[in-house]
Design a protein around this ligand. Structure first.
Ligand code: PHB
Length: 389
């Protein structure tokens, strides 16, 4: 009787002797905040799929703890991200927040991670500044600076002298532009036109006309993952594919997830990026096959950021022996190195950003499908946005 009363009292105060406690296994809760509606929905889907795939392959328990992922849709609207992060931390008592499909969403949640002292795993957002906004942020995606400097060096060496730029008008687009421009112009390249397009629901047509008139050798393009299909549709509708203006840029515009639907207009496009579905490694072959089997679609770079993000959480929990203290988890993540479907990667202990190979790739048709075929590798690239300081 006294035990029953005690149980009631504890339950009333929210101590909740739930099923997991009864089975002797505590739960680690992860709040996964991703865009599942709106213009960035395809990227949120990739992140969610990748986390699900990893957990199916590795089980939902690690270091004696059961892993529970609570998925919430922020529609890529930062106010939503902030509200959802707050709810997850305060009401659901998550010990980790993860996801973050765009930079403004990652920035909106950063003060909450700092306040709650819990890890914030950034699986997609790519502006350099992101990891500087909270000591609890660890990133498993990339920065735009990482790929923009590589393509900025490559272009002038490959006969590209005049470039028109088209970039999404927000932090990662501005990073891509700044780092590309610095390297390209230092090697004698000329920027003949610079156009910025809105992040949300961009209509590329008027900008594409200006691009055509500027007659550059190539067009440097950054749009976030998810928008490349629409961009390429408008690019071919305006006849730019026939006008001899090549596309170069970070690989976001050629996301493997959407590439097959872009058709021949995409053929020959050269971009720099950290992942290709065609990356030739046994691990990647297994990853692509597993993803295809589970979701009937091809994973892109977004999915890999999610897959590695949840891997990082699993490995950190192993290192802390299942302890979920935020400082311990972040300390465990710093310097961690592993093989990803993209190749070898590690977490820079200084910046908590990802160090990885950047590959130059060209779109080719292989066995009837379009792929970004890697042809040059730059090893262990750090974020130029930080190493510059
Ligand atoms: C971002 O908002 O930081 C972002 C999103 C998607 C990308 C790259 C950057 O492909």
């Amino acid at each position: 009787m006294r035990k029953q009363i005690l149980a009631c009292v504890l339950a009333a105060f929210g101590f909740g002797w739930g099923a997991s406690a009864a089975s002797g296994q505590e739960t680690v809760k992860i709040g996964l905040i991703v865009p599942l509606t709106g213009g960035q929905a395809s990227t949120g889907k990739q992140l969610d799929n990748a986390v699900k795939l990893y957990m199916r392959q590795h089980g939902d328990a690690v270091a004696g703890k059961k892993i529970e992922v609570i998925v919430r849709d922020d529609g890529a609207i930062p106010d939503n991200t902030k509200r959802i992060a707050q709810e997850l931390i305060v009401n659901d008592k998550v010990q980790i927040i993860a996801g973050f499909g765009i930079t403004p969403a990652a920035l909106a949640a950063a003060p909450l991670a700092t306040q709650a002292k819990i890890p914030q795993i950034v699986m997609l957002a790519g502006a350099s500044i992101v990891t500087e906004r909270s000591p609890y942020i660890v990133r498993t995606s990339f920065t735009l600076a990482q790929s923009a400097v590589i393509i900025g060096d490559w272009a002038p060496k490959n006969g590209i002298r005049k470039v028109a730029t088209l970039t999404s008008d927000y932090a990662p687009g501005n990073d891509a532009l700044q780092f590309f421009k610095a390297r390209f112009t230092a090697a004698g390249g000329e920027i003949v036109e610079e156009v910025k397009v809105p992040l949300m629901n961009p209509d590329f047509a008027p900008f594409l006309q200006r691009m055509k008139d500027a007659r550059p050798d190539a067009m440097f393009v950054f749009v976030p993952g998810g928008q490349g299909g629409n961009f390429m549709k408008q690019y071919s509708e305006r006849g730019l594919d026939k006008s001899g203006i090549r596309i170069i840029g970070p690989g976001d515009v050629m996301d493997d997830d959407l590439l097959n639907d872009m058709g021949d207009a995409a053929l020959g496009t050269v971009t720099a990026h950290m992942y290709s579905a065609a990356h030739p490694s046994p691990m990647n072959e297994q990853f692509v096959a597993g993803y295809r089997k589970a979701f009937n679609s091809r994973p892109g770079f977004v999915a890999v950021g999610g897959y590695d993000g949840i891997h990082l959480v699993y490995e950190a929990l192993k290192k802390t022996g299942g302890k979920t203290d935020g400082d311990l988890l972040v300390a465990a993540m710093k310097g961690m190195a592993w093989e990803s479907p993209r190749g070898p990667i590690s977490i820079d202990p200084e910046t908590r950003d990802v160090v990885q190979n950047i590959y130059i790739r060209k779109v080719e048709r292989v066995n009837g499908e379009l792929y970004n075929v890697e042809f040059e590798t730059f090893k262990d690239v750090k974020d130029a946005g930080k190493s510059q300081k």
